[in-house]
Design a protein around this ligand. Structure first.
Ligand SMILES: [Zn+2]
Length: 355
């Protein structure tokens, strides 16, 4: 049986259903690798035809063919363990890595059977796209999905700040099956911008497209369901050095079994981190500070936040300048709270429990 794994280091926003949003800060020091059992013979290479829909509003977003090809090349390198930074994979994981025998190539035949470059270019009046799948429909100014049974659809466009890409999961509606990537986080040459210039945003999203969860299972100290890596508290940001630990092994071990209050008295959905782009921990919090991780562009002026009690009262407000900040909640009464970014265009909120 084939198992394959991808190692990432990034912040993530949390998904809903069959979709993953990723504002990925891919750690350039921690290359993405692919792995499988070593039983796959070379002749069983699986080739996946790819169609790249370049949906652009201006010439900058209309990326070059060279940029697109650079992305396909780096994706194939990652999936065949021929990426040139493989030596940086920590030894504890390197032994698990292998060539997946999965290859990607720009489609040569379109759904009508005609010859194609595998690249579609669509000029759109829309300047920015979010994760609502509208880009996958011509009627919205996007580009309609090619049959997902036969192609991996990738849309390259300008996305809203904080979103570098997102992917459907296996089982998604075929009309929206595929991956969206921001034009400057796609490929390794051309308009691509560091630190997203290694092609790893797509490697990451293809992992989701094939069914891989984030290492932390999109919840605090959750799991990705594959026993190759230890549990991880949350996503990482920046470029942490391996091994990164927070010195709180005991709280990680206890987080799933904190107390009867955690297990019995709370609605499960409240205890699951289920937000688009902010994460709070510890959750529940017993005293002192919560740490707020925000996975969205705060801009140079930062963003305001509000903590709202279960009866709708704003009990605390503040201003965020950093993507990771401590907020003192010592004075809050026990209860369930929502914390949300309150600036326009932010729909970011999550719940936490004060014990
Ligand atoms: Zn992701």
């Amino acid at each position: 049986m084939r198992l394959f794994i991808l190692f990432f280091s990034f912040i993530s926003v949390i998904s809903v259903n069959a979709q993953r949003n990723c504002t990925a800060i891919i750690n350039s020091a921690m290359p993405v690798i692919s792995s499988q059992s070593n039983s796959m013979s070379p002749e069983k290479i699986i080739t996946i035809p790819v169609v790249v829909h370049v949906v652009y509003n201006n010439a900058v977003e209309n990326i070059s063919e060279a940029q697109i090809i650079s992305q396909i090349t780096s994706l194939n390198a990652d999936f065949t363990k021929s990426n040139n930074d493989f030596s940086k994979v920590p030894s504890v994981f390197a032994k698990l890595a292998a060539n997946t025998s999965i290859r990607f190539e720009l489609a040569k035949t379109d759904p009508m059977g005609k010859s194609t470059t595998g690249i579609i270019r669509k000029k759109s009046t829309r300047m920015m796209w979010t994760d609502d799948d509208k880009i996958k429909y011509q009627a919205n100014g996007g580009s309609t999905t090619w049959d997902a049974k036969s192609y991996l659809n990738i849309w390259v466009c300008n996305t809203v700040p904080g979103l570098t890409g997102y992917a459907s999961f296996p089982g998604a509606d075929r009309a929206v099956d595929g991956i969206v990537i921001r034009y400057d986080a796609f490929g390794t040459v051309g308009k691509v911008l560091a630190p997203f210039n290694l092609g790893r945003t797509l490697t990451h999203e293809v992992g989701h497209w094939m069914g891989l969860k984030h290492l932390w299972g999109d919840q605090q100290c959750g799991d990705d369901g594959i026993g190759d890596t230890p549990k991880q508290r949350n996503g990482n940001s920046g470029t942490p050095v391996f091994p990164k630990t927070d010195g709180k092994r005991s709280s990680m071990l206890n987080s799933k079994a904190l107390a009867p209050a955690w297990n019995n008295n709370m609605e499960p959905e409240i205890l699951t981190v289920n937000t688009r782009d902010i994460v709070v921990y510890p959750n529940p919090v017993q005293s002192g500070n919560i740490k707020l991780l925000v996975n969205t562009n705060l801009g140079s002026n930062g963003k305001n936040y509000a903590i709202i009690s279960s009866n709708g009262q704003i009990v605390k407000t503040g201003h965020l300048l950093e993507m990771e900040e401590d907020i003192n909640v010592q004075s809050l009464a026990p209860g369930i709270y929502q914390i949300r970014l309150t600036d326009i265009a932010s729909n970011s909120s999550t719940k936490f429990v004060k014990q």
